[in-house]
Ligand binder design. Structure first.
Ligand SMILES: Nc1ncnc2c1ncn2[C@@H]1O[C@H](COP(=O)(O)OP(=O)(O)O)[C@@H](O)[C@H]1O
Ligand SMILES: [Mg+2]
Length: 263
C-alpha cells in the first residue's frame, strides 16, 4: 500500500480554536481506491481534520493535497468541484424537501445554474434537468430509497436519513468522499447496509475516508486505519496491527479497543 499514489493527504496540519489546539501536526495519506478509517478518542481532532481537508475550516498551517495538487485553503465549493465531497447531516431546511428533491438540489454544476443558459439555451437546461432527474431516481433505487422518494426527508428514520446523506453526496460525483461518523446512532441492520454501500462506492472507484467509532465495522470494511490522539497522528496500519500497538492501546485506555472486539 505504501507505494500507492495517495488520493488525499495532509502534512503538518494545525488548527487552534482560541486556546484549544484541536489539530497539531496531523500528517497522513489516503491511498487511492481504498476505504480508510480515521479513529481516535473523543476530542482527538478527527472532525476538525476532516473539515480542514475539505475546506470547511482553514488551517493555521500545514498542507492538504488532492491527487498531488496542493488544495490548502481552497473553499468547499472549489474542493467539491475537484471531486472532494464531504457529507453533511441533513439540515432542517432539507427536511422540508422530499427525498427526491434532496437529490435534485445536490449536483454541483447543472447546466441550469448559469443564467446565460436559462435565457439563451432553455432546451439545454431542460435536457440537463431530465438527466439530473434520471440520475436522482437511479441513485435512489441504488440506495433503496426509491419508494420513499415523495416522503419529506424529516419523516425518515435516523438510518434512512444517513442513507439519504450518502445518496446526496453520490449525486455530487465524488472521487474522494469524507464521511464523519456515517453510522452514528443507527441500528445494526442499517449499519451493515451502509457498510455495503460504502464498499460499493469503493468498488466504483471512489476513495473513502471515514471517521468511525465502531471498530468492528472499521475492521470489516476499512483497508487502512489512521489513529489520531490529542490532535496528532498516532499510528497508521491495519486494524489487526493497531489493536496490538501499545501507543494506540494507551490512547484508548483499553476502553473502545476491548469493547468493540466482540461486536
Ligand atoms: N469550533 C470549535 N470551537 C472551539 N473548540 C473546538 C471547535 N471544534 C472543535 N473544538 C475542540 O477541538 C478538539 C477536537 O475536536 P474534534 O475535532 O471535534 O474531535 P473529534 O472529532 O476527534 O471528537 C476538542 O477539544 C473540541 O472541543
Ligand atoms: Mg468528531
Amino acid at each position: 500500500m505504501a507505494d500507492a499514489e495517495p488520493a488525499l493527504s495532509c502534512y503538518g496540519l494545525h488548527k487552534s480554536f482560541g486556546g484549544v489546539q484541536a489539530v497539531r501536526g496531523a500528517t497522513f495519506s489516503i491511498p487511492a481506491g481504498h476505504i480508510c478509517a480515521l479513529i481516535g478518542p473523543n476530542g482527538a481532532g478527527k472532525s476538525t481534520a476532516v473539515n480542514l481537508m475539505c475546506g470547511e475550516l482553514r488551517a493555521d498551517r500545514g498542507q492538504v493535497r488532492l491527487d498531488g495538487t496542493d488544495i490548502s485553503g481552497w473553499p468547499t465549493d472549489r474542493t467539491a468541484r475537484a471531486g472532494l465531497i464531504r457529507t453533511y447531516q441533513l439540515s432542517r431546511e432539507f427536511g422540508r424537501l422530499t427525498v427526491l428533491e434532496n437529490l435534485m438540489v445536490a449536483p454541483l454544476n447543472p447546466a441550469g445554474e448559469s443564467l446565460l443558459n436559462i435565457f439563451f439555451r432553455p432546451g439545454r437546461v431542460r435536457a440537463a434537468e431530465r438527466r439530473n432527474l434520471d440520475r436522482a431516481l437511479h441513485t435512489l433505487s441504488a440506495f433503496g430509497l426509491y419508494e420513499l422518494r415523495d416522503s419529506y426527508a424529516r419523516e425518515l428514520s435516523g438510518g434512512q436519513k444517513r442513507l439519504l446523506e450518502l445518496a446526496r453526496s453520490v449525486m455530487a460525483g465524488p472521487r474522494v468522499l469524507l464521511l464523519d461518523e456515517p453510522m452514528a446512532g443507527i441500528n445494526p441492520a442499517l449499519i451493515d447496509k451502509i457498510g455495503e454501500h460504502i464498499l460499493g462506492l469503493r468498488d466504483d472507484g471512489v476513495t473513502v475516508l471515514m471517521v468511525e467509532h465502531n471498530l468492528a465495522v472499521v475492521e470489516r470494511i476499512c483497508d487502512h486505519v489512521i489513529v489520531m490522539a490529542e490532535g496528532a497522528t498516532l499510528a497508521t496500519g491495519r486494524m489487526s496491527e493497531l489493536r496490538a500497538d501499545p501507543a494506540v492501546i494507551r490512547a484508548y485506555l483499553g476502553g473502545a479497543l476491548s469493547d468493540s472486539a466482540a461486536g
